[in-house]
Structures are given as C-alpha cells and as structure tokens.
Design a binder for this molecule. Structure first.
Ligand SMILES: Nc1ncnc2c1ncn2[C@@H]1O[C@H](COP(=O)(O)OP(=O)(O)OP(=O)(O)O)[C@@H](O)[C@H]1O
Ligand SMILES: [Mg+2]
Length: 389
C-alpha cells in the first residue's frame, strides 16, 4: 500500500451499510480500502458492533492500545444508549448511525484527515515483532517457567513493548496455571475460524494478564477442536508479529509439522536443557533435525541450560564440547522459588524477587531488549561471556 494513502478497513457485515461506506470512501481522495481479512494495521477501522458487544469492545480497546489501528469509527443497527456510552469509553472517535448518512460520514472523514495532518508525528502502527520460541529438550526441564517469566520480564523492563505469550502444549498447556488466569478462548478457536482471522478477531481471543501480557492459551481438550495446520500457524504468527513487539512461545517438546512451522518462523529458538547426558543427547538430535530440515538458521538457535548448579558431573564445558556449540545462557537452580511461583500463579519477580533464577531470567529479557545490564553496565558481549562460563 502506498505510504501516502490512508488505509481503511471496513469490518461491517451489513451489506447496504458497507456499500454506503465504500461509496463515500471512494469519493474522498486519499483513502485505500483494505480487505477485512488483511491482517495488517490500519489507519482507520470502521467496525460494526452489536453482535457480541462485550467481545467487540474488548477487542477494540486492545487494538487501540496496541496501536494496531489509528482510529476507530463504530456503526450499529441498534444504537442504544449503553452501546454509545461503551463506544466512547472504548475510544471510538465517531458513531455512525444506520442507515449511513453519507454527508455525515464524509464530514467525519474530513475531520479525521485534519486530525492526521495536524498531528505532529504520524503514529507508527506497523510492527515487525520478534518471535522467540522455547523448545524443551525433555519434559520438566523448565521450559514453561522460562517462557512465562521471560515474557513477564520483557514487559516489566520495557512497558512500551507489547508482548504476547503463546502456549503450544496441546492438552497440557500450563501457562494459565502459572499466571492464575482462566482464558475463555484458545488457539483452537483461531484454527476453527481461520477465514475470520484479523487483528480484531485475534485480540478477542487473547487474554490480557494484569501485567499487560497477552496470553494465547492452548486447547485443553481435543473434542470439537480443529487441529492447527502449518498454514494456520503461519497466518497466525504473521499476524501476531505485526501486532506485538515480542511473541514468546512455549513450544514444549513436539516436533510435528505445526511446531516445525513455528521454528521456521521464529527469530530466535531457545533449546532448553539441563546438564544431563540424556538431555544433551536430545539437544544434539534436535540441532541435527533443524539442520537437516534447513531451519532455523544455526545462529538463531541458542541453548539454555536450566536448573544449573555448579560442580555437577557434566560441566558446562563438557556440554559445549558434546554439542559443539556454546551454551548461551544458564538459569540457576531454585526449586523452591519456581515451585512457589507455580503454586501461587504469580511470576518469579513477585514471589521470589531476590532469587538468582529471577535475576537470570530478568537479565535474559534485558539482553533481548538490547539494553545494557542494569547492575554492572556491561554490554551484550560481556554479559553473554559471563553468563555462559
Ligand atoms: N530453574 C529451576 N530450578 C529448579 N526447579 C525448576 C526450575 N525451573 C523449573 N523448575 C521446576 O521444574 C518443574 C518443571 O518446570 P516447568 O513446568 O517449567 O518445565 P517444563 O519443561 O515446561 O515441563 P513440561 O515438560 O511438563 O512442560 C517444576 O516443578 C518447576 O518448579
Ligand atoms: Mg511446560
């Protein structure tokens, strides 16, 4: 889309309303009407509400707060007082009653153009978020603990970043437990409704945690769920990286087609291991598998040693020799802290702010954010060197 054109998405089901809106938009120069199936950001969203108001307003607020859409105009066939009040609270700029008064809509568009022109700096709505996938080399090594706390630490260290946390563990996803949330939806909904997938639908499926994290949980039962396919995953992640700065994925241990698609799309893959020979053997197998399949790029795959204690039978040096690869990060062992975090459904920084495991995951988040360490001022390279030796 040309940069000078103002992108408008019409999320409107009613055919005459849609036709009237299109007619006006085509008569005012400078607008490009996008397809509601386009997953990208839009300067203006015209949305019809009233079908499932609660869900729609929730999605609307999220879209505005994340900057995925610049402004929102609402329309409804039943403009009762409650809907109007909620629309204003949710941040809608205009409410268009039906049938559409074309003159009124044209004036609203002119005011919108003026607001845009006057704004000192045009709001940048397009993102190219970073996908970080954590893969366990064995069950119970701490993959979920790291994923949840890493996502939480990224947002705590930079409130301006939008962060999503996604659970790929079909049936056994534990993220809701660790965050003490009860999401109403999961990615099975997206797989089932893939033709509807756009930013509005995505935001209505995500659950916002009090920390600001957006959680996409996994189906906890198979009955009635549509299994995700690599295609579905590709569409979903493409959209998620446009909406969020960071997408942290607890990929668990599966190596099926869908997980491989996640790996292919990830900017960084963390392979989580502990210092045991069986686990390291699995890491080797996974590294070989990735290499044979041609993805992800070797440099993008990093090994994290979890539950690390010094002076074990297998040292970090032994591990590096057997993998022929540097250990990128170590997460110290602290069973008590991680268990109380799980049992209380609170992140480590709340339950055990002074534990070395909390500090280590926090440092990892700071590194991913490209910031320098807060405690010693050391840059990236120095920190990595210290952490892995
Ligand atoms: N750094 C750590 N130090 C000590 N114990 C830990 C650490 N991280 C996680 N644990 C403990 O290990 C167990 C498994 O943790 P977690 O669920 O995060 O691992 P996982 O690899 O995701 O497991 P699963 O294969 O079941 O998904 C939990 O009891 C947790 O408290
Ligand atoms: Mg897990």
């Amino acid at each position: 889309m040309t940069q000078d054109l103002i992108s408008v998405v019409l999320d409107v089901r009613d055919t005459p309303t849609r036709a009237a809106l299109e007619r006006v938009l085509k008569s005012v120069p400078g607008f490009a009407i996008g397809n509601p199936d386009d997953s990208g950001p839009a300067d203006l969203l015209v949305m019809e509400i009233g079908y499932e108001p609660e869900k729609e307003f929730h999605a609307l607020q999220s879209l505005l707060s994340l900057g995925t859409v610049g402004e929102v105009f609402l329309t409804s066939s039943k403009p009762d007082k409650d809907i109007l009040v909620q629309a204003l609270r949710a941040g809608a700029r205009e409410f268009l009653s039906q049938p559409i008064q074309e003159k009124e809509f044209r004036q609203s568009l002119e005011k919108f153009i003026e607001r845009r022109r006057l704004s000192l700096k045009e709001k940048k709505t397009s993102k190219s978020g970073r996908i970080i996938s954590l893969v366990g080399s064995k069950g119970g090594v701490g993959t979920t603990t790291i994923a949840v706390n890493l996502a939480g630490s990224i947002i705590r260290n930079d409130h301006l970043k939008s962060v999503a946390l996604m659970d790929m563990n079909l049936l056994f996803g534990e993220i809701p437990l660790l965050l003490d949330i009860t999401p109403s939806y999961h990615w099975g909904e997206i797989a089932r409704n893939i033709t509807r997938l756009d930013a509005t639908f995505l935001m209505s499926v995500l659950h916002q945690h009090s920390s600001g994290l957006y959680v996409l949980s996994s189906p906890s039962q198979l009955a009635g769920q549509h299994a995700a396919t690599p295609d579905v995953m590709e569409q979903l992640l493409t959209l998620m990286r446009r909406v969020f700065d960071f997408v942290v994925i607890d990929a668990g241990q599966t190596a099926d087609d869908v997980s491989l698609k996640v790996l292919e799309m990830a900017d960084t893959v963390f392979l989580v291991s502990v210092l045991s020979l069986p686990c390291l053997a699995n890491v080797n197998r996974l590294l070989r598998l990735f290499f044979d399949l041609g993805y992800p790029h070797e440099d993008n795959v990093k090994v994290i040693v979890s539950r690390y204690v010094k002076n074990t039978d297998v040292s970090l040096k032994d591990a590096e020799r057997s993998l022929n690869k540097k250990i990128f990060w170590t997460i110290p062992n602290d069973y008590k802290a991680t268990m109380s975090s799980m049992n209380q459904g609170k992140v480590l920084s709340v339950v055990a702010p002074r534990s070395p495991v909390t500090a280590s995951i926090d440092d990892l988040a700071v590194t991913l954010l490209g910031k320098k360490s807060r405690d010693d001022g050391a840059g990236w390279g120095l920190k990595l060197f210290r952490r892995s030796h």
